[in-house]
Ligand binder design. Sequence first.
Ligand SMILES: Cc1cc2nc3c(=O)[nH]c(=O)nc-3n(C[C@H](O)[C@H](O)[C@H](O)COP(=O)(O)OP(=O)(O)OC[C@H]3O[C@@H](n4cnc5c(N)ncnc54)[C@H](O)[C@@H]3O)c2cc1C
Length: 440
Amino acid sequence: MTTLDEPARTGQERIPPAPPTGPRALVVGAGIAGLAAATSLHRAGWRVTVCERAPARRTGGYFVRLAREGVEAAARLGVEESLRSRLPSDGVITGVDGRGRTTSRVGADVVEDGVGLALVRGDLEAALWEGLPDEVEVRFATAPRAVSPAHGTVVLDTADGGGTTERWDLVVGADGVRSTVRDLVFGPEEDFRHDFDHVVVSAVLPRLPGGLVEGDYVVLVEPGRSAHLMAMAGHDPVVFFTYRADHPRARGTSPTTRPEAALRAVYGDFRGLMPEILALVARAGTTHADTVGQIHLERWSRGRVVLLGDSAWCPTLYSGHGSALALSGGESLGRHLAVTDGAVPDVPAALRAWEAECRPGTDVARTAARRARHFFLPDNRVVTAVRQAALRTISEPWVARLLRAVSRRAGRTGAPERVLHDDVHPTVTGSSDRRRGVAP
Ligand SMILES: Cc1cc2nc3c(=O)[nH]c(=O)nc-3n(C[C@H](O)[C@H](O)[C@H](O)COP(=O)(O)OP(=O)(O)OC[C@H]3O[C@@H](n4cnc5c(N)ncnc54)[C@H](O)[C@@H]3O)c2cc1C
């Protein structure tokens, strides 16, 4: 299947054509935040090097809905054109319980604001990679071992097993929720992490299960366990599971070391589509497996070092804004650090100003995620029943008409997205007149 994220676009080392002038920035991590920051810092007059721990750029990943602020930042970075929504807006989101019974069917357009984009993470990273200026150097299989925030000195472990020590005017830690830069400069993760006691595992399936068709979005829910399956256009289907880490069926399993076995234990009693989904995951392997937790830091910078994206403020997948905030945060970093007439800006002061601009949005996203997690992954039968009742109400034609109008208005006015965010992974599905019930 041809995808925007095909391997030919994966890329290897990039060596800049000619050594330019200007202050030097090291961006740690070639994810959404890191690639956005690299382009914006280059535009602002910096000589940028990106170091990435993985041996090559990642592809695929999992479903992400890019919210409005992310789409706008993508446009400012000039990469919006290569991003196309992979789920049509005229489909249906189907709720299914553990016995395989359909519990709700909601028109996808009820939750669409007409601005956000339904993508896989790899789409975003591929678009940002394509847009990366030639002058930006990228070093794969390279990760920091030591960082000095006062002097910008970084010891990097390199691909050949050796190491280098270099001085940078700015170090950006865009290395995700398990950030090494944060560990080295700010302190151990446990000081900043607020665990949700949930596990998330994602996979890209080799084919669609159960006779589903492109555009189908199925949400399988039992108390303490859920799975979201999306049949995306031009991409293999993606699925992610979230379950309570203390669920009795999770006892004795290890989602990070043996995710497929953990899924079999936790979802093994589901009927309907699930047995086939689990068999496909076992064949394809998983793309992400971790516990879910937010990051809360009082300050995101120290000296010449700044954290960005999930490493600084991870709101979790339940906010539906992590990728948008990573993108917009990276894009705005360069605007605050512009080099004018060859003069390096006051880095600590610029980082404080940047943080003041970004922090309110991240606070809103983290609060929304804390609320949404209970509805997203209902803990008990009562919340599960309330959730199903709410979805059934939403599927009433007059309620749907009202919600559609609210969604469209939110899209036009730029009002914060609210509708249904607490439920279907701020996301929508699609398919049109080909719709049928989900195979039990
Ligand atoms: C299942 C799932 C669903 C999600 N759904 C959504 C959604 O619908 N909408 C949304 O907006 N967000 C969603 N998110 C969240 C979103 O994906 C993240 O917020 C976003 O990817 C964060 O980007 P980042 O660049 O900060 O970090 P990451 O994506 O984690 O990238 C970090 C990069 O740094 C590299 N790295 C790590 N350590 C080192 C090191 N020591 N040295 C060098 N490189 C290193 C990594 O290999 C990686 O390339 C979802 C997340 C998950 C798991």
